[in-house]
Ligand binder design. Structure first.
Ligand code: FES
Ligand code: FES
Length: 226
């Protein structure tokens, strides 16, 4: 059997032999062409299926209702709602904790429902109603939920607090007298690294006027040492 001819591609290599360099270059070109073709095909299919025009990559006009007022801005398609709220509107109450949908610090209400603003593209909220923590005390005083958080010492550093307040607010609108289990379930998408969770649950129930059986760590210690 005739051995496979190899060439370094250098001077003097037989003309009919494909050099390793030329072979790899050809492979790369083919791969790029295939990727570009398939990406274009997928984009065309998505556009056809959704009937939506492709926008960007530059800024696109964006209108929505923010804390009860119609607002107009512009955002790049890659920008998250959290980025737009914080950088373009200066509303820094919603915090960037994890930026990957696990901590809940960025929670705002979208048409009354809690969402992670870090996981939502700004352009997706066009025409919708967004509520942030800044909108909770527009009348000049604290909302009942905010007041309950203060009264029940439901925060330490406060980083997680806006998110918890927004979720609690949405819960109490939908279910004015939740059980403790329902409050815990509603708040399960939030983390408090300071360990204020028992106080937060107590505050949420107090805002609803529901008696609680929740025992805080401080209370446990007091009971242990009574
Ligand atoms: S910053 Fe959005 S969930 Fe953590
Ligand atoms: S009060 Fe500090 S993270 Fe919750």
């Amino acid at each position: 059997m005739k051995p496979i001819e190899r060439s370094s591609g250098g001077a003097g290599a037989p003309a009919h032999v494909v050099s390793r360099r030329a072979f790899l270059r050809g492979l790369g070109t083919a791969a790029v062409t295939a990727a570009a073709t398939s990406t274009a095909a997928v984009a065309a299919e998505m556009e056809k299926a959704g009937g939506e025009a492709t926008v960007g990559p530059g800024e696109v006009p964006l209108e929505f209702v923010l804390n009860g007022k119609p607002v107009r801005t512009a955002a790049e398609p890659r920008e998250t709602l959290l980025d737009v709220l914080r950088a373009r509107f200066g509303l820094t109450g919603a915090k960037e904790g994890c930026d990957r949908g696990t901590c809940g610090a960025c929670t705002v209400l979208l048409d009354g429902k809690p969402i992670y603003a870090c996981m939502r593209l700004a352009l997706e909220v066009a025409g919708a109603s967004i509520e942030t923590i800044e909108g909770q005390s527009l009348a000049g005083g604290l909302s009942p939920v905010q007041a309950a958080f203060v009264k029940h010492d439901a925060l330490q550093c406060g980083f997680c607090t806006p998110g918890f307040v927004m979720t609690t607010t949405a819960l109490l609108r939908a279910n004015p007298t939740p059980t403790e289990a329902e409050v815990r379930r509603a708040c399960s998408g939030h983390l408090c690294r300071c360990g204020s969770q028992p106080h937060i649950i107590r505050a949420a129930l107090a805002a609803a006027g529901v008696a609680t059986t929740t025992t805080s760590t401080a209370d446990s210690l007091r009971h242990d040492h009574a």
